[in-house]
Design a binder for this molecule. Structure first.
Ligand SMILES: [Zn+2]
Length: 299
């Protein structure tokens, strides 16, 4: 699943090509991908409604919340897009193609493909394709006013670069959930939005905290270090256009290079860039977790 830096990179690539354009036509190839408010489309009536609410409308802006992409449409509506594990957004015009999301051959071949779920026609031979092999991704049409109260939205914790994500906040969360392992807390979108497996492992390495440590065992100094480390690794991810290896490529089709700058993630058995000891892998909360046993002691 793309994390904050990967989603932000996709949006940055798509923005100049989508903003200001009018939706001419929408073709829904898999009804269940599409939702209106909080109801999943089931048949032709729902699809006709989805189309009629969107066709002729203009794309005003594209933003992000957590790992979700938000396309703001005229008349106070938004499209909430979650790529989940295998979602792709591909923009094509007569000269170029920009693909973001799960990288596979569908990004470069003829479109539509078997995994194409929805096509937005923007006129003048421009299309936006939403492909999703495993069908976990979605596109929800909501009123902007309802977005803030949407359950996916309400459950989000602060964005990592917001001022509300601070020492006092993190301290209170860790205190309340003192028996939870710190790695699990970082993955919880209600604690902080946008962090997934890659950036959780990387921030724990940067702060010298063992991923299986219980939240309640962290000192004030640990919390300070962790806050700095989270911002540091996310900024690093943004700088290098996210990770690409087996994950996400940039919306301009270029590969992100963050994978070349990872310190622990998927580096098990390789030596730590800081101390030379072999990176280890363990499972924390059901997720593969990478850490340096020397730089990140358990006690
Ligand atoms: Zn080390």
């Amino acid at each position: 699943m793309p994390e904050l830096p990967e989603v932000e990179t996709i949006i940055k690539g798509l923005r100049p090509h989508l903003v200001g354009k009018t939706i001419k036509n929408i073709e829904v190839l898999l009804p269940k991908t599409v939702w209106i408010d909080d109801i999943r489309a089931t048949g032709s009536v729902d699809i006709a409604m989805f189309k009629s609410l969107l066709e002729g409308q203009k794309i005003d802006s594209i933003t992000r919340r957590g790992k979700m992409i938000i396309i703001n449409i005229s008349e106070g509506r938004v499209l909430l897009i979650h790529l989940k594990m295998t979602g792709q957004l591909i923009y094509v015009n007569s000269q170029q193609r920009l693909a973001g999301g799960h990288p596979n051959a569908d990004m470069i071949g003829d479109l539509p493909v078997k995994a194409t779920r929805l096509i937005i026609d923007l006129g003048q031979k421009q299309q936006l394709y939403f492909n999703d092999q495993r069908q976990f991704g979605y596109i929800k049409l909501l009123f902007k006013a309802a977005l803030e109260n949407h359950k996916a939205y309400m459950s989000f914790g602060p964005e990592p670069f917001e001022s509300s994500f601070n020492e006092q906040y993190l301290y209170s969360v860790l205190k309340k959930r003192y028996r939870v392992k710190i790695k699990q807390l970082l993955l919880d979108q209600s604690v902080v939005a946008g962090i997934g497996n890659i950036y959780a492992d990387e921030s724990l390495f940067e702060s010298g905290i063992h991923p299986a440590r219980l939240a309640g065992s962290l000192s004030q100094a640990h919390i300070k270090r962790l806050l700095i480390a989270i911002k540091l690794v996310l900024n690093r991810g943004l700088k290098y256009g996210g990770t690409s290896s087996q994950h996400y490529v940039q919306a301009d089709g270029k590969q992100g290079t963050m994978q070349d700058h990872l310190m622990v993630y998927r580096r098990e058995a390789q030596s730590c860039n800081r101390c030379g000891v072999a990176i280890e892998r363990m499972v924390v909360g059901g997720r593969g977790t990478h850490f340096c046993p020397n730089c990140q002691p358990l006690t």
